[in-house]
Design a binder for this molecule. Structure first.
Ligand code: 5RP
Length: 236
């Protein structure tokens, strides 16, 4: 499972750089996680220093609390139809800029925000770049609790393994901001995960998967070499 404390300097580098993409007047989707926390902090700094005027649409309680702490005006996702930009972290990114997200169990709202944005940008440290999705990180799937046995058994039939995500400093399963369970799935290398994604989304009880195909237009990568930020663009 993810460790939010790793590569903090690179996360800060890339999170801070990403704040530069946001212009006054924009309404922006704000993702979730330790990299995004640095983005929010820098936006707070720009609001104080430059009088930047933006509206943030947070994808979790964590991000909403941080936005309020740093003076970013927030709007409910429910009240939005389109966003100028969305910026979010990821757990893995492949060479086509597809991603696995949901290490923080926030991927359902994160995917809605990514789909609503004119431009969706992912921010990661270089350890998140992988040749193939599923290399280092399982696939988080949000399900309604009553579907647990059914989805687990179906995933097993497809050759996958499923684990119910358990809380840390909380007894029992993780309950998402939407009141649902999270299962983490593993498949053999070389499995067609795009197909698995489509199949999962057909299953009753599945709310959303953490596979983000064809959504990111750009990925900013914090690289330890020269402590620089590289920009990867999606090929059309
Ligand atoms: C939350 C996410 C996060 O963006 C992802 O887990 C990356 O987090 P971090 O920046 O802490 O490594 O998808 O659901």
């Amino acid at each position: 499972m993810k460790n939010s404390d790793t590569n903090k300097e690179l996360k800060k580098l890339v999170g801070t750089a990403a704040a530069g993409l946001i212009e006054s007047g924009m309404t922006c989707g704000i993702g979730t996680g330790s990299t995004v926390a640095f983005l929010i902090e820098e936006l707070g700094q720009r609001i104080r220093d430059e009088g930047l005027e933006i509206t943030g649409v947070p994808t979790s309680f964590q991000s909403k609390i941080l936005c309020r702490k740093y003076g970013i005006k927030v709007k409910d996702l429910q009240d939005c139809t389109e966003l100028d930009l969305a910026i979010d972290g990821a757990d893995e990114v492949d060479p086509e800029l597809n991603a696995i997200k949901g290490g923080g169990a926030a991927h359902t709202l994160e995917k809605i925000v990514a789909a609503m944005a004119k431009k969706f940008v992912i921010i990661v440290d270089e350890s998140k770049l992988v040749p193939e999705l599923g290399t280092t990180f399982p696939i988080p799937v949000e399900i309604i609790p009553s579907a647990l046995s059914f989805v687990t058994a179906t995933v097993k039939e497809w050759g996958g393994e499923s684990q119910l995500r358990m809380g840390l400093r909380k007894d029992g399963p993780v309950v998402s901001d939407n009141g649902q369970f999270i299962i983490d799935l593993k498949f053999k290398p070389g499995t067609d995960l795009r197909k698995i994604d489509a199949q999962l989304r057909q299953l009753p009880g599945v709310v959303e998967t953490g596979l983000f195909y064809d959504l990111a237009k750009q990925v900013l990568v914090g690289s330890a070499k020269d402590m620089s930020v590289k920009t990867l663009e999606r090929k059309q």
